[in-house]
Design a protein around this ligand. Structure first.
Ligand SMILES: [Zn+2]
Length: 102
């Protein structure tokens, strides 16, 4: 690591976020990425926005905090969530649920 220690994009070389990436994410987010979820970001897991299993990279712009519940639920039911931009450097998910009901 260089003097700046700024390794924020590790691509496909590592699945887990680095300590520094986690630090940068906690500076950007205060809570779980899912709209209206109250879980504080520092209690969240760092999640891949585009799933690792689908080829998503461990890069800062593809990472964000989700609580354990939303991490699992979004992995199992990605169709229940819609991704949207929050500001210029953050992401959010809106829970849209199962739209077949009704
Ligand atoms: Zn959540």
């Amino acid at each position: 690591m260089d003097a700046d220690g700024c390794v924020l994009d590790v691509g496909r070389t590592a699945r887990r976020a680095t300590r520094r990436q986690r630090c940068a994410i906690l500076a950007r987010y205060t809570r779980c990425m899912v709209d209206h979820c109250p879980m504080p970001a520092h209690l969240c897991q760092i999640d891949h926005i585009s799933n690792w299993s689908d080829g998503g990279a461990t890069d800062l712009n593809n990472l964000g905090p989700t609580c354990q519940f939303h991490n699992r639920d979004r992995y199992r039911h990605p169709e229940h969530y819609r991704l949207h931009r929050v500001g210029k450097d953050r992401w959010g998910f809106t829970y849209i649920g199962t739209r077949s009901k009704g």
